[in-house]
Ligand binder design. Sequence first.
Ligand code: ATP
Ligand code: MG
Length: 587
Amino acid sequence: MKMSKLFVQTLREYPSDAEVVSHKMLARAGYIRKLTSGVYNFLPLMWRVLKKIETIVREEMDASGAQELLMPFVQPKELWEESGRWDAYGKELMRLKDRHDRIMCLGPTHEEVITAIARDGLKSYKQLPVNLYQIQSKFRDEVRPRYGLLRGREFIMKDAYSFDTDEAGLDKEYENMARAYKRIFDRCGLDTKMVQSDSGAIGGSVSHEFMVITDTDAGENDVFYCNNCDYSANSNHAVSKLQPAVVDGKEYFSKNETIDTPNTHSIEELSKFLNIPSTLILKTLVYIVDKKPVLALIRADRAVEETKLMNAVGGIEIRIASSAEIAELMANKGFDAVPGFIGPKGMDGITIIIDETVRDMKNFVVGVNQTDKHQVGANLSDLGLNSHPEVAAGGSIIYHDIRLVEEGDICPECGKPLLVTKGIEVGNIFKLGTKYSKPMNAVYTDINGEMKPYIMGCYGIGISRTAAAAVEAHHDEFGIKWPLSIAPYHVVVVPVSTNDEIQMSTAEKIYEDLLKSGVEVVLDDRDERAGVKFKDADLIGFPYRITAGKTLTEGLVECKIRETGEVMKLTPEKAVEFVRNAVANIK
Ligand code: ATP
Ligand code: MG
C-alpha cells in the first residue's frame, strides 16, 4: 500500500473528548471516527487490526472445538420474556418497535437466541457437548459510554455458548475455554490475568475475567491479588479474611445511653467529637436497590462494595440514596433525622444487610434517627433488628460479606497481605448452569430417556476493546507500538526525500521485495518532510520502519524497531530479510 493512497487522516491534536490514551491515539492516528456517542466508524487501519484479532480468536476457538455461526442482531421481546430478562436487563437493552408494532431489541448478548437454537436442534444426549460462537456487533445503551472503544455502545464481541449434559462436562469446557483465552491474548501480545469475578446480569455461579493490567486511567476495574498464592479477584467479588478491629485497649462506653453529638455528620466528625477510633462506630448507609431503600450496616472504618450488597439483596440495580430519598424514608418512618444520624432502629419493613465486620462489635456508637444524637455503648441486641425479614424467618441475625476489600487485607487463601492494581476486562467466562435452559425449557433426552435442561456456559471477548487495550498496554508519548501480530501493517518504508532518485528507487525495491514475501508493507511515497513522515510512522505505530536516507552512500538503510527504539544499519537485502523473518515468526 502506498501512503499517498492509504485512507488515513492523522490529526494534529487529540480530540477534546478523549480521556484515555487509546481513545486519543486511535482517533488522532486516523483509526476511528466518532459517529455519535459511543458509536465509532472503524476506518481501514482499524478494520485491519480488528480483523487480525478476529482471525486469532477464530483460529483458537476452532482449534478448541467450537463452531462458528452468526445470529441476528435484532431480537424479539418474546424470547427475552421467556428467560425473564426483558424486565431484568434494565436500560442498557435498546428496545424498539417495528412497523407492525412488534417489540424488539438490539442484541447486547445472545443467551436467549442461542438457547432457542439449541432447543430446536439439540434433542439428544448423543449430540452433546457442543460449543457455538459468533463474532458480531453488539449494542448496549451504556449509562456512561466513554474511553472510545473501551466502553462503546456499539462494539464487536466474540460470544460463545456451550451445552453439556452435566456439571463435569461444563467444568471441562470452562477449562478448555480458559486455555483458549490464554492463547488468544498471548498471541495478541497482551499479558492478562485471569481473575474471579461477579456474575452480574448474565447470571450463573462461577465466572472469571481476563484482565489486561494497566497503570493508565483506562483500568476501570480494581483487581486484588496475592503475590504468595494465585488468588486474584475483581473488587466486586474479592474477599479477605476478617481481621478483628484494632481497638486501643481502652474501655469505652460501659453505659448504654443516647447522648448529644451535635454537628457530627461524618464518621470523621463523630470519632473526633467522641474521641474514639472509627472501628467503634456502626455506620448505617441507605441505598436504593431496584427502587426500594435498603440499609447497609458496616463497621465505620470500612466501605461497602455495592455489587456485593446488591447480590445480598438479590437486586439488579443499586445506587446510594440521595438526601431527598433519605428525607422521604425518615418521614415515612416518623423520624426527623438528617444523614449522619441514621440508624437501623425502628426501620420495620426495610431490608437491612449487616456486614460481617459488625459481628464482633461491642459497646459501639450508632445513629438513632435523631439529628445531633447517637447511642453509645450499644450492642446488636439493642437495635431491634428482629423486624428484618430474614431475621424474622430464621430467628437470628444474618450477616453478609458486603465490604470492599482494601490493599493490605488478608488473602482469603493463604493469609498474606493482598495487593491491588487496575485492570481492563477484555474477556470473561461464565458457568451458567441451567439459568437459561430451565426457564426457556431447553431440554434434551438423556441416556435413560428423561428430559433434562442443558448445562450451559458462556464465554465473551471484546474484540474492539481488546484492540484498545493493546494500545493502552503498548504505546509511548509519540504513539502506538502495535504488537506485530495485530498491527495494521508490519512495516513502513520511508524514503527521506522522494526527489532523491537513489533513495526513492531503493525504497521502492524494498517495498516490492517485502510485498513479494507476503509482508504487509506501506511505502511512504508522500512528498513530505522526513520529520512529518517519521512522526506519522510513530503515531500510527508500524512495528518496523525502514528508512532510505543518507546512509545509502554507505549502501545501508536504517531499520528501526518501534517497540524498543533500537536502530540497525543494514543493507537493503538484510533489512528485507530481517522483517520477513520477524513476520514469519508471528505465532
Ligand atoms: P463490563 O463489566 O466491562 O461492562 P460486561 O461484564 O458487561 O463488561 P460481558 O457482557 O460479559 O461484559 O461482555 C463480554 C466482553 O465484551 C467483555 O469482557 C468486554 O471485553 C466486552 N464489552 C462489554 N461491554 C463493552 C462495551 N460497552 N464496549 C466495548 N466492549 C465491551
Ligand atoms: Mg457491562
